[in-house]
Design a protein. Sequence first.
Lengths: 881, 112
Amino acid sequence: MTTGPQPATPPSPRDSAADPTGDFALRGFYRHEFDRIGRDFEATGSGLASLSDRTRLVDRLVLTLWDQYFSSRGASGCAMIAVGGFGRSELFPHSDIDLLFLATDEAGRDGIKDEVRGVCQAMWDIGLRVSPATRTLADCTRFDQNNVEFTLSLLDSRFLAGDGGLFERLHAQVLPQLIARESDALLQSLSEMTQARHQRFGNTIFHLEPNLKDGPGGLRDCHVAQWVGMIVALGAGRRPDLISTRKNSEYAEMMDAMEFLCSSRCYLHYHHNRDDNIITWATQEELAERGVATKSGPVTPAEWMRLYFRHAKTVARSSSQLLGQVSRNRSSLLRSFQHWRSRVSNEEFSVVDGRVYFQQASDAREAVAVLRLFTFIARHGVALSPETERRLNDAHRRLAETMPQDQYLWQHLREILGLPHAAEALRTMHSLNLLTRAIPEFETIDLLVLRDLYHRYTVDEHTFMAIDVLHQLKNNAVVCLQPFADLMLELERPELLFLALLLHDTGKGLEGADHVQSSRQLAVATVKRLQLTEEDAQAVCFLVAAHLEISSTMRRRDIYDPAAIHELAGKIGTTERLKMLTLLTLADIKAVNPEALTAWKAENLWRLYAGTATYFVRSADTERLHAEISNEPAEKIAALLPGRREELLEFLDGLPQRYLLSHSPEQVAQHFTMASHLDAEPVQIGLRDCSGQQELTVVTPDRPGLFGTVTGILYGWGMDITKAAAFSNRNGVVVDSFYFKDRFRTLELNPPERERFKRSLRDILMGEAWLEPLLESRLKADRRPVKLTVETRMRYDDECSARSTLLEIVTQDRPGLLHTISSTLTSEECSIEIALIDTEGPLAHDVFYITCDGKKLTAERMRSIEWALSAELGDSLPNAW
Amino acid sequence: MMKLEAVIQPAKFEAVKDALIEIGVEGMTVTEVRGHGRQKGHTEFYRGREYTVDVLPKVKIEVVIPDIVVDKAIQAITNAARTGKIGDGKIFLSRIDEAIRIRNDERGETAL
């Protein structure tokens, strides 16, 4: 609150070019002085000086008008008070002028109506936009939840003219008592108003065309910080003083930010001749070219916007910390939520009022402990406390030097990326300049503004938002997003998708027209440094390189056109990649601006996904490899097997193309090597750990019931198959892959069991041991019936293959399911040519290409299988399709 | 003045937009819509579940143009949007009585 009247000196010839007597003269005087202040601003660039100059000018005018209209009735019982921005002496060139006419009582208020009307009318005539209010002292003692702005405006009140004693009663008694009584409610209202305002701007400062008054990190947030300081001080019976609540360095930063924002807003007002607060692209160029508020002269628009974001960050941080500090006064619901959050404290971090602290201050200097802090934030969604932030800033140099950039970073980063508040943790890392230390490739898009009519946020913020979109899918209530939420749960390696999202636009910060290629190159460097496995690295780089493929198909092609789907499927290759790329596309579109992902686009994206996923299933048997036709993947594998190209092509001959797409060149080379040893050992077995699961590969000559036997052995050993694929080449060599969970950790806890497991597999497949005893013991253990929640659906497709009939089964997953199905098919005298097995939560999605006597199934055989499977799977009757 | 509403395949939107700009029609209103004419729908499968796609995605472009440009605009749209298959879309024409530019009250064809 500012106090003390400004000298009510009337304009004199020395100060003005015109004599300010009479409204016409005052208008000319105001226009003349307004222009002079504008010229001063052009010369000095000082926004703060301009604000106080205009305030002084308006002070003099309203004092002149006061004398003119109130001189006859005397000063007793009423006062003219500047409130709001006028009260703070911060009048921007085109800001409204908030005036309070204060009366002792209602009779006094009624008695000054004509004078007030006269002053206001004259102000309008002069060209001043006045927002007047007439109140009694009693009015000011009341707190109105529906007009919080009035009480807030009183915080900035400044005496102009009239009854000084009346103003003193407001200032020294009424207002402090009101604030002391209502500070909790006032702070809560202020907090809610601020949140609602931020919500309108998507809760981010990183807009490409920011609003520097109302946007997060804008001038209104400066005022919020000031008001909070005043309310807290007055509530505690102290004199309000912003400086006492902040460290000097933070205060200086805040003042710098205010000066920057004020100068920029002054420029907008003067040059657009209205109350304009949006920094459009065109304005950014002007501000940068003129070096407005830069202190260093002209800069590029990108540099100017970086300066803007830096200051906006200071303001946003300061206001949010101050609001956070007073959270103890908030609603009991929020308090209890934050109390719950405080219970997440552990031996390393404590959480107080939703803000996280190190238990050991020295940990702020240890990079690994700091990475654990970000993991904690990603898990619990808590914010840094001001103290933690200070400690991290103080230790920045050491942290920057010791931040890991290799597999140790990936160990932490993959965990962070997969946690629900990953975006918040990454934003925090980035605001501390630590994300770019960990991933230097991200530096290219730091606060990067790219100009198009579509994007609304800086490229780095768009990236964080995209990551958040996927994490928020499970909480969304929007119907058109529900299928994507389910798809998200099906991902085997979501962390790879999140890493790809983090890197997908990094190329936008590099020179060159093709940002996708640049992003891919940066992604290649990143995954190499993070030491991802070859397979994971390929997946991430593929996603980055292909991140516009689906959008492009949606925009340029008919999404129901089989040729478009065939082409897209060819570029993507596997169902898992299709899922990841679909979700990446969804997140990428939705993070562009709040309206970018319409229900129309979301539905088209889903239809294209579903069509392509179905295509993968239906095309497995028709698209096969031919020894005489060379292709790029085959040549890549051949390069791993010097001198054995012809043998390799013979091995690949007749295998579905899907086989090559779903295995890395290294895996195929391994399978080839296994196949080349079949003469010595007819059952080749590979077993390896794979992302928390086991991967079993069986290469052997085909024989009746082979797939059912292997699934039976796995079931017998208590293994839970999550994914499987069975393929065979023209020479009848089968390559079966199974991914399974070791339900009882048999192989993990007893390493010798791995060899016994492989031996059991070999012996049963060679006919040297029996499967039945293994199954019997398992069936006894698994006697408990499974509660069926997924309806079983079976469907035949006799058109997608010239040789086989496709059988697609969707049912509840359960122990031994695959063995049940495959042994039923064997007992129905069917041969499984190709099997594509997938599990998504409680749902099993199994696709078989089957033949009977080497031919497609007859209608009678189909019905027989349907009845048999329905009985086995627990359904009383086959479902209608 | 005439209002021209073209309901076209989404995949043809860029081509139609470029064709209109090329003949000097720069202002347009674009809406994402769903619908069908004679094209009707078709049946799709996903994970064993059958679903009917009975309303298909389309883009509706609306432009208001001087009478003298109408034939050229129709030609531009049909050339750019035509594949010869069912589902290429339709163009509807209607007469417009007045156009007013909100910024400066300009009226008639000068407001377009």
